[in-house]
Design a protein around this ligand. Structure first.
Ligand code: PLP
Length: 398
């Protein structure tokens, strides 16, 4: 064939986190000894009440098409959750059930972005954001969160990045890959700029329940924000439902209508069964989420303790999510035992995978080449093995 394929699609990069996880799984399947802390996937099983809700739905024949925006009962439960836990007022008709939170990010950008529009992406960022902005013809504008400010951007930085082409900011709080959590005061300051500049806010809150030394506040909870904020959340992380593909958008009414239209043409709706499973998750209480948070906090402390002995520059203590973003640029310029120079995070991760069987993600994938990302959503045994391999790999660099 000589006719060209979509230019837009050729301009986007494949997800490096997915690529590393796939490669690690392939190496394990080939019998290689690989410890993978590449994927952001809780290692716990989906809680039983959720599985039971899904089985019940199947046995009751809830296996047909649902409305594109999802089942009203589930959307009501999401609306109640947002009111009860976050003080938000999105009505059930403003909730759209999606095939995971990633799909909700796509829906949000598809509803807002015209070709040439700028979308502010605080860096370090989740790998998917800039690629989806580009795919839709927009321009990601990166605003660098400084390490001294725990990788968070300030209201002044946000104001300086806004202009007449700015359409939205894509906030991720708590943040993947840094684990940073914006305080109420920091969010209030950002919200004042967002309102004054009259831009939209897409707020990805998938790690909401995993905060350790602080409290979570939704970006939509500030004056003037709800009518311009699309909240994104889901069940992959909070309820160990990565493979179920279920999440949601909560959006201002006119945007919710557009998202419903997009979804009606693109995917129709997320799996009927997964929607009932999500209803099970919303009805089951917080015991399993609380237990996971406690486990992740212990693991975070372990990772920090080990990192403090291995690294030359101390890592920032993540206040949320389940990632450690470890500074490794002190090792750049060194050589591997086979004589290859470590030029940056990609070479370092390649070396660690090949020589130590350790899969972690280069910071370059998240817009910060000075770090590498560890996911600590893995068993204590795996974390210990990973840290041992990391330590040995770095010690062997000369
Ligand atoms: N948003 C962030 C910040 C993430 O880290 C992830 C997954 O890694 C997602 C969204 C995607 O979640 P889901 O599996 O529900 O699509």
């Amino acid at each position: 064939m000589t006719r060209p394929l979509s230019e837009r699609t050729q301009n986007i990069a494949a997800s490096l986190t997915v690529a590393i996880d796939t490669l690690a799984k392939q190496m394990i399947a080939e019998g290689k000894d690989v410890v993978s802390l590449g994927a952001g996937e809780p290692d716990f099983a989906t809680p039983k009440p959720i599985c039971e809700a899904a089985c019940k739905a199947i046995h009751e024949g809830k296996t047909r098409y649902t409305p594109p925006v999802g089942i009203l009962e589930v959307r009501k439960a999401v609306s109640e959750k947002l009111a009860r836990e976050n003080g938000l007022h999105y009505k059930p008709e403003q909730i759209i059930m999606t095939s995971g939170a990633k799909h909700a990010v796509f829906n949000s950008l598809a509803a807002l972005v015209n070709p040439g529009d700028e979308v502010i992406v605080p860096a370090p960022y989740w790998v998917t954001y800039p690629e989806l902005v580009k795919w839709l013809g927009g321009k990601p504008v990166f605003v660098q969160g400084k390490r001294e400010n725990d990788f968070k951007i300030t209201a002044e930085q946000l104001k300086a990045a806004c202009n007449e082409r700015t359409k939205a900011i894509l906030l991720n709080n708590p943040c993947n890959p840094t684990g940073s959590v914006y305080s109420k005061q920091e969010l209030a300051a950002l919200a004042r700029v967002i309102v004054a500049e009259d831009i939209y806010c897409i707020s990805d809150e998938v790690y909401e329940y995993f905060v350790y030394d602080t409290e979570f506040t939704s970006a939509a909870a500030f004056e003037g924000m709800e009518e311009r904020t699309i909240v994104i959340n889901g069940f992959s992380k909070s309820h160990c439902m990565t493979g179920w593909r279920i999440g949601y958008n909560a959006a201002p009414a006119p945007i919710a209508k557009i998202i419903g239209k997009i979804q009606g043409q693109a995917t129709h709706h997320p799996s009927n069964i997964a929607q009932y499973a999500a209803l099970g998750a919303l009805s089951m209480g917080m015991e399993s989420v609380n237990a996971m948070r406690a486990a992740f906090k212990k693991r975070r402390d372990y990772m920090l303790e080990r990192a403090s002995k291995i690294l030359k520059t101390p890592a920032n203590a993540p206040q949320g999510a389940f990632y450690l973003f470890a500074p490794v640029s002190d090792f750049y310029g060194t050589k591997t035992p086979s004589g290859k120079t470590i030029g940056g995070s990609v070479e370092l991760c390649q070396y660690l995978l090949e020589s130590e069987g350790l899969a972690i993600v280069p910071g370059a994938a998240f817009g910060d080449d000075s770090c590498v990302r560890f996911s600590y959503a893995a068993s204590d045994e795996m974390l210990q093995k990973a840290c041992d391999r990391f330590e040995r790999g770095l010690k062997n660099l000369v």
